[in-house]
Design a protein around this ligand. Structure first.
Ligand code: ADP
Length: 279
């Protein structure tokens, strides 16, 4: 009996109406939501929902380096861990980190590290754990965007934000922000991150075939999209600071001087004595 494996890749990714399978225009981003400060046990954290991607990032540190021989006396080190949960894709993903996860952890680290003032933290490590709960194309870009927010939330000094997005080519056309299907069945995928403090490329990978004209068009679309995503990152950070400020407004600690404390102890003693006399 022959084994039939159904190919579920769609034949065409752009319809007659010029729209993509999910109804987007060629240069339209998926919907993006970000929130900062979502994990109370971490030193800093953030969450992003980008189309079908759902991703948490949690930062711990600066803290002591283990193993100790990894420590550097002149600066702190950054470790990034990109992981996809077993249930993040429709086929169960093997839980052990594979080569792809190690590669993505490395490219995120390489994109982010230059903007951090790690020289302020000798002998220390800052660790960023990025968990992809649901994956639908472009996770390395979404992870880069959410990791930098978590680091900002942890108060790690940085020169500026990093923003990332991928362009791609499907059915011979350049598109922005590839979904999972477009990533798998498209002709090219071009993830790119920019570091805003010096406007330099922080990550650029390429998979597929494009001519130079298409490459230029992709970069133009990427730059336009990156501006929009950066605004969302900034809004998420501002919201976090407004929330913290509002929280602190309600926190109205009573200033207690040493004299007050002594008076309080005296009056408490007095009360106790009186209470004691009555019994
Ligand atoms: P990125 O997520 O940055 O685009 P890839 O191009 O390697 O990275 O992956 C594209 C998409 O393929 C992922 O977003 C995910 O939806 C899917 N994918 C990745 N790894 C697996 C896997 N092990 N099993 C099923 N789907 C996967």
């Amino acid at each position: 009996m022959s084994l039939l494996i159904k190919d579920e890749s769609p034949e065409k990714l752009i319809g007659e109406d010029g729209k993509r399978l999910d109804g987007r225009d060629l240069n339209e981003l998926r919907s993006i939501k970000m929130e900062v400060g979502v994990i109370p046990n971490a030193d800093g954290s953030a969450y992003i929902e980008w189309g079908g991607n759902k991703i948490y990032a949690a930062v711990y540190g600066p803290r002591e380096v283990h193993p100790r021989h990894d420590a550097r006396p002149d600066r702190g080190i950054l470790r990034t861990f990109y992981r996809m949960t077993t249930f993040s894709v429709s086929e169960r993903k093997r839980p052990a980190p594979g080569r792809r996860e190690k590669e993505i952890s490395m490219v995120i680290k390489n994109a982010i590290e230059p903007v951090l003032f790690l020289e302020l933290y000798p002998d220390s490590v800052v660790e960023v754990f990025i968990e992809v709960i649901s994956a639908d194309g472009g996770t390395r870009c979404a992870c880069t965007a959410v990791a930098i927010l978590a680091l900002a939330d942890a108060g790690i000094p940085m020169k500026g934000l990093i923003t990332a997005v991928a362009a791609g080519k499907v059915d011979g056309k350049i598109i922005i922000d590839c979904s999972g299907d477009e990533d798998k069945s498209g002709e090219a995928d071009l993830p790119c991150a920019i570091s805003w403090y010096n406007n330099q490329i922080a990550l650029l990978q390429f998979d597929g075939i494009m001519d130079l004209k298409e490459f230029d068009k992709s970069i133009d679309q990427i730059l336009e999209a990156l501006e929009k995503i950066r605004k969302l990152q900034e809004e998420a950070l501002k919201k976090r600071y407004i929330d913290v400020r509002d929280h602190l407004k309600n926190y109205n600690p009573k200033v207690v001087t040493t004299n007050n404390i002594e008076e309080k102890i005296d009056s408490n003693n007095q009360k106790n004595q009186n209470g004691g006399d009555q019994t």
